[in-house]
Design a protein around this ligand. Sequence first.
Ligand code: M6R
Length: 368
Amino acid sequence: EKGGFDWFMRKEIFEQPRAIADALLGRHDEAGQLQLDEVRISDDELRDIDKIIIIGCGTAHYAGLVAKYAIEHWTRIPCEVELAHEFRYRDPILTRNTLVVAISQSGETADTLMAIRHAVKQRARVLAICNTNGSTIPRESDAVIYTHAGPEIGVASTKGFLTQLIACYLLGLYLAQVRGTKFGDEIAGVVRELAQMPANVQTILDDAESVYALAQRFQGTRSVLFLGRHAGYPVALEGALKLKELAYIHAEGFAAGELKHGPIALIEEGLPVFCVVPPRGRDQLHDKMISAIQEVRARGALTIVLAEASDTEVAAYADVLIGLPTVPTLLQPVVATVPLQLFACELATLIGHDVDQPRNLAKSVTVE
Ligand code: M6R
């Protein structure tokens, strides 16, 4: 049943190229035009949307954080992201033209379910991004985009997360197409990049051994930090969550720009710091991230840098370099997350924890 793997989680990590391909299947034509037939909200209604609020918990919330960067950039619709349990109890401002996007792998998370019930009562439109056919959250939503990852058994979300990202990108591009905020060829260009993702993720999986060697090296570590900016920031949060829940190690993800506002005081000799470096583009993100790496390194941190494999500039500041395929900044989380999943899975295995059933956790959290 585990297909020769020791854990469901590891099997699910390796299923990701296929899961991504399935999430994309039938959702665009040859020309890169999107077809999201399951979104049963009319084009006119989608054109009237003036605010998007994305809700979810845990890893699903991080998928929402990535989605905000992409959706706002492509559609220019203001987009908020909130933990479902916080959203529910703060009297959010919702109208008929608010689109609430609920992200949930299981479709049964009580916090997210209560939040959409509240949104429905306020007459907002609710779209679910969900992996489980016929589960409660999509049943109570106006529309659903299924992620088609296949059953996810390991408590830690892996292929669930990557396919949530894909669904969010598809939603953003679809909204851009319907509202005409991006030209067709721009949308088609992103769709072409998405179509490369199964192969891109596969190249990282093919090099899993080098991440496993890293886990071996950090077996005795008590604390690990993760830094990122822009779309790399949620990746840092996700890398930290995976380590907490599987290896029971203190781990924190930060937006790199926050370092000097406090967290840099945590840096001490030998502290492992994972740094997610955006692709070298025209903007300043890449250089800013390099300065952050220099700052922590100057204070003794051991930097494990995830960057484009072809990024020669960053290599000088990396104690360990994990090469990523070249992809657009907004899509980089799809590839950058994978080494962090492999690292957490392997480290927890080496420590001797039950990777599929971490202590104190359940696969779907059906109580508020
Ligand atoms: O089923 P959901 O996507 O609604 O679950 C949300 C979170 O409980 C879930 O992502 C949790 O954070 C995972 N254990 C993370 O690996």
